[in-house]
Design a protein around this ligand. Sequence first.
Ligand code: SF4
Length: 292
Amino acid sequence: MTADPKFAEVFHSDNRSRLRADCESCFGLCCAALPFASSSDFAMNKNAGQPCPNLQADFRCGIHRSLRQQGFRGCTVYDCFGAGQHLSRHTFGGRDWRQAPETAQAMFGVFPVMQQLHELLWYLTEALNVPEARLIHEQLQEALEETMQLTQLTPEALMELEMPAYRAKVNVLLLQTSEMMRSEGMKSLNGKVKHPKSVGRGADLIGAKLRGADLRYANLRGAYLIAANLSGADLRGADLIGADLRDTDLSGADLTGSLFLTQFQINAAKGDAHTKIPPLLVRPAHWPGPGN
Ligand code: SF4
């Protein structure tokens, strides 16, 4: 089995912008496949596999322009890494679950699997563009190609994948990439930067006051930064994979050159016109613009 050449083209360079949701090409999969619970993010409960009542016949959202005002903030945060359009157009060949209801269960079932595979493609492509990780570029390339091949599987085969084990295998390489980049980066700072003791992998930094902190090359993998104040912080070179940035204040923070940051995380955080984000990410429409 080989990866679709057109799909493989995406990864010849750091072209991760293709790994972003294209809702126009998707059959509203996140709006039907995923569950949500009534909370500050969603105005109602919805079970997995149950289409949202706001999803229109053309698979567009009927309240797209007023999601936040109507209590659906969670919908403005979510990003599928392009898994929705890949399943809709490629895996299921453009047959939607309304025209072909017999496909609905399989389409909704494999959506979370494809989302994870695309998320891994995002990280692996980024890792391949980290010069400090050149010693493991061959393994990263192999992992990227294997992941691309997995995205070409049939729905039945996708359902059989052991995603936790596969994620763990890829994560070993991502962790090595992070360590190589951050150790080189810290060396370049000549000991001038000392991170607070509380900062580290999986750290509980909920509500932490880190305004203006120098967190260059910090290990923030999986850190809980919910509602933390990181305004004006320097996060260049910091590893942010899996960090929970819900309502984290990133006003004026510098995240250029940070590692493994995703659109989902940026969407969940609070920023402003002075927040610097990596070039492949899009400034969320709900962040205040200049003059606000
Ligand atoms: S509110 Fe709109 S974007 Fe959110 S799940 Fe429903 S249809 Fe989708």
